[in-house]
Design a protein around this ligand. Sequence first.
Ligand code: SF4
Length: 368
Amino acid sequence: MSATPIVLGARPDPVRETGRSETPRAAVPQRLGALGDPIRDTHGRVHRDLRISLTDRCSLRCTYCMPEQGNEWLARSSILTLDEIERVARVAAADGITTFRLTGGEPLLRPDIVEVVRRLARITGPDGTPVELAMTTNGIRLPDFLPGLVEAGLRRLNISIDTLRRDRFADLTRRDRLADVLEGIAAAADSGLRPLKLNAVAMRGVNDDELVDLVAFAVAHDAQLRFIEQMPLDAGHTWDRSTMVTREEILAALSARWALTPVPGRGGAPAERWTLDDGPHTVGVIASVTAPFCGNCDRLRLTADGQLRNCLFSTTEYDLVPILRGADPSDEAIDAMLRSCIHGKLPGHAINDPSFLQPERGMNAIGG
Ligand code: SF4
């Protein structure tokens, strides 16, 4: 499978700096491996997980993500086609990146979503094993799409829900759609897709009085609730550490209701997990700010407009469009860009560092 080693530096430079630069490009060694070789960054992390944002549009307007009027949407012509997405995914899979997570904005707003799942589910890794296909969604369109998505090859689902209260949901998302989300979660629970995960951003003075209720709700749907510490990714750049509910505070609130026992073997997974009482249900916490887990990060991202990002907080993007829409869109060229992107990865997000710069791109255009 391995072709001749890739030599970088010969190609036009589609790397866009948007702030604190990563590994100075001049220092990027000329030889980073060949198509089919695992992709390792300079901190020894082998990458296996590609998050694919299918659109920047969403049916909700969550206050910690985007303004009421929405963001300036990406031009439709800039959105990658299914053929282009599949091309990148095939090369990534050949390099051992065999977990794909479909995100947005809201991925179910993409008209060809079932076909996207079908085409990606057919891709296999270096050992011939089919890739693992997961999706993060707000759940609103799930009842309509789920049977087709499961038949097409979707295997895992994460659904976002920050509150069980209708009024609070409407305030948080600027849409009165809680009933639709609950219907989506019920459909997912009935679908048999497991593990089923529910994601909730914990916010002080907003939903921190619902932490126990949210976990109990998840248990009732045979799902795992994962709390996310609020991160500086909002379009308005108004994130304030004091409004974030920390890992410690979340665990303290839950310990009043359940005995929590750490689940070993986290690996590169974002969530730390605890069993509730004697199990089998668990709860997770994604503590990016107070307990970063970058040391085992194996993720990179493809934005809906064809930019590679080696970190959620990356301020540098690697533009695949000139390759995908250029004269000779070769697999080797895509592979080289994947390697260059991962080679430039920093050891971590630096949120707790005075030099931290919030990415320009809003969460809806990066993807979960
Ligand atoms: S912040 Fe960046 S490096 Fe850290 S875990 Fe997330 S994506 Fe990986």
